[in-house]
Design a protein around this ligand. Structure first.
Ligand code: ZN
Length: 315
């Protein structure tokens, strides 16, 4: 079966119970919710599942799913041109599909469900209010608080399990990661996120961290220029984690994301004003929210880094 070891129990539990018309799989990003939703759909649609209920991988249904042409399965995700949103047209296009009956399940997978805009959510609500008998909606979300309460109330909400550190490390090792511990720490113990981090251009991240760990010699303008072509949201998120660690260190003496750089973090924490740091973290969160459409990436980053230097390079 293609599910993660930390999902075995919930997989069995869901299969052995009567399913509702709508499931919401919630939990933090990077723990494998989407993969689970896909695998669970495969299992429900498979015509000759194995003893544990998992998909066989060879029947016509499994083959249709693999080729993306299963007549009883729809996957709805934000279209590229819709700015990250699931639109009302996408939801309406499901009406015909949902209205038909077939022998087995008809499954609609919505990911991420919180990407539905208001009209899409209302359109979905209509279907959820009077769901045809054999339809199963699987909503996947790491931000369920962005969903309408009326939608939540019509779903069975499943808090997806997280791996314990040992399971996460073992899995990352099986994916060929040499140093799972530090990546896991950086990803807040979310293994899929950790794998993503390791596949990012590690040298770019490391050079960025090296610069910000030396505030007194940091040149905000040069660094902003160097990173103007990188993902702004990614760069901001490194800085957010870094500053979070500085704050955590000054409060508790521990760090969460960058244990291998804790000496530098301690040094900076000793020189940094706590209130100023808290305000700066707030402004970073705000910057992150608008990072998808800044006017000029380089200018934006210059200001953020200049403020960081002013805050941390005090003597
Ligand atoms: Zn099969």
């Amino acid at each position: 079966m293609n599910i993660y070891t930390w999902q075995n129990e919930i997989f069995g539990r869901l299969l052995s119970n009567r399913l509702p018309h709508a499931l919401l799989l919630k939990g933090r990003a990077g723990i494998g919710k989407l993969d689970f939703a896909v695998e669970f759909s495969r299992a429900l649609l498979c015509t000759s599942p194995d003893a544990a209920g998992g998909a066989c991988g060879t029947c016509p249904s499994c083959n249709w799913l693999a080729s993306g042409s299963h007549p009883d399965f729809r996957r709805v995700e934000p279209a590229e041109e819709s700015k990250g949103q699931i639109t009302v047209e996408q939801v309406r296009s499901l009406y015909g599909f949902v209205g038909m009956t077939s022998g087995g399940y008809r499954i609609v997978l919505l990911h991420p469900a919180d990407a539905m805009n208001a009209s899409a959510a209302n359109a979905l609500l209509k279907t959820l209010e009077e769901p045809p008998g054999n339809t199963l909606f699987i909503l996947v979300s790491s931000r369920p608080n962005h969903l309408l309460p009326t939608i939540l109330s019509r779903c069975r909400i499943i808090a997806m399990p997280r791996p314990d550190p040992e399971q996460a490390e073992k899995w990352l090792k099986s994916q060929g990661l040499d140093d799972p511990c530090s990546r896991l720490a950086e990803a807040g113990n979310a293994p899929l996120l950790a794998l993503g981090l390791s596949r990012e251009d590690a040298s770019i991240r490391e050079s960025f961290l090296r610069e910000i760990s030396h505030p007194s010699t940091l040149d905000p303008f040069a660094l902003a220029e160097l990173h103007q072509k990188s993902s702004l949201s990614g760069t901001l998120s490194w800085l957010q984690k870094w500053c979070f660690d500085i704050e955590l260190y000054s409060l508790t003496g521990n760090v969460r994301y960058f244990p291998s750089l804790s000496d530098k973090i301690r040094e900076i924490a000793g020189k940094t004003d706590r209130i100023g740091l808290a305000q700066y973290l707030g402004s970073l969160a705000q910057s992150q929210r608008i990072s998808n459409h800044p006017v000029n990436s380089r200018l934006f980053l210059e200001e953020v880094l200049l403020n960081y230097k002013l805050l941390t390079a005090r003597r």
